[in-house]
Design a protein around this ligand. Sequence first.
Ligand SMILES: CC(C)(COP(=O)(O)OP(=O)(O)OC[C@H]1O[C@@H](n2cnc3c(N)ncnc32)[C@H](O)[C@@H]1OP(=O)(O)O)[C@@H](O)C(=O)NCCC(=O)NCCS
Length: 380
Amino acid sequence: MTETTYSKGLAGVIAAESTICKIDGDKGLLSYRGYTIQDLAENSNFSESAYLLLYGALPTAAQLASFEETLLKYRVLDDALVGVLQALPRDTHPMIALQTVAGAHGSLSPVPAGHSEANVARSIELIAKFPLWVAAWARIKEGKDVIAPRADLGHGQNFLYMLDGDVPDEETGHIFDVCLILHMEHSFNASTFTARVVAATEAPIDASVSAAVGALYGPLHGGANERVLDQLETIPSVEATEQWVMDSLAQKRKVMGMGHRVYRAKDPRSYVLEGFLKTIAEKRGTNDNYEKLKVVESTMDREMRAKNKPIYPNVDFFSGSLYELLGIGTEHFTPIFAIARVVGWTAHILEQWEDNRIYRPKALYTGETSLSWKPVGDRG
Ligand SMILES: CC(C)(COP(=O)(O)OP(=O)(O)OC[C@H]1O[C@@H](n2cnc3c(N)ncnc32)[C@H](O)[C@@H]1OP(=O)(O)O)[C@@H](O)C(=O)NCCC(=O)NCCS
């Protein structure tokens, strides 16, 4: 590759081969290991989809049972790590707390880098522990006692229970698990690429995953769904929504939850989330956000098509309003993304180690050349 192939932000650059996830941005298609996201959302569950991403194929009944047993075996909070969380200032951002505890986890029983049975086990352990750490920090942050995990609950159900001590109903547990499936994996996004870059140096998996949490923390990656909700709150009514969109476009203000770097069609995950939001909103008789969102979508469609720049809802467009109806506070939105995405991160780290090569792009140097050093007194 020559310096003339410079691509800002590595946009469009293929940096590795992968069999984990395929995105067709033009057609709006997403699949994990060959299965469409719609198929998995409709028919699979959290542990089965996690197994698929980690191992590359759907499990047999015996494999799934064993995988779920392992996930449960790791559903235990380590006192030492609760101690690490308790030592943090209470105003620590949940993603910083998660990044800290994920890194510290590596020091409890270090596993060296490399594609090994031990790192497959460590992957399952991290998938099991992430919700526990997020829930533990949510409690500690508010000065409350940490709630111990329960082995009789589903993966997502247990997380929601650990947040406030209430066991969510089956429908909420199911919807939440599907939301986790939708967010598990999305190819070479910033956090997954980070995980692979760190793992490629042969740093341990916990350090690689901890770095990925740091990448997801940034508002340009995680967190857009929270900002969609913030925007919806500033729109006084469903009737006022169209004008609000027109004003946003006139003032060149980004409409959150719309547009995507990769998709040039409606994000396939947003169809599933929209379906859940519509159902729950109708059941609860609180349709306002859903109706506002539909006006935002149709107005944006009309206006952006007219400019020949059509943009569509992304995964964040409906999810914040759905989480809100499920009783989940906005402060948990980005950590929930991490609880799901740790599956993709670990699958990618294991794949990276199957045929490892350290990442080393080049920079296009645009600075000075041919300068000569001068004594400090001769400068300025
Ligand atoms: C995701 C995002 C960064 C992609 O940006 P991008 O690749 O530059 O987007 P595009 O190339 O498709 O933009 C085409 C045009 O649509 C506009 N546009 C894109 N997203 C827009 C949005 N959400 N609201 C208003 N206008 C938007 C761009 O400003 C651009 O207009 P211009 O040519 O007059 O400058 C952008 O769409 C965005 O900021 N969305 C809102 C934040 C969000 O939801 N992020 C989560 C992503 S999963």
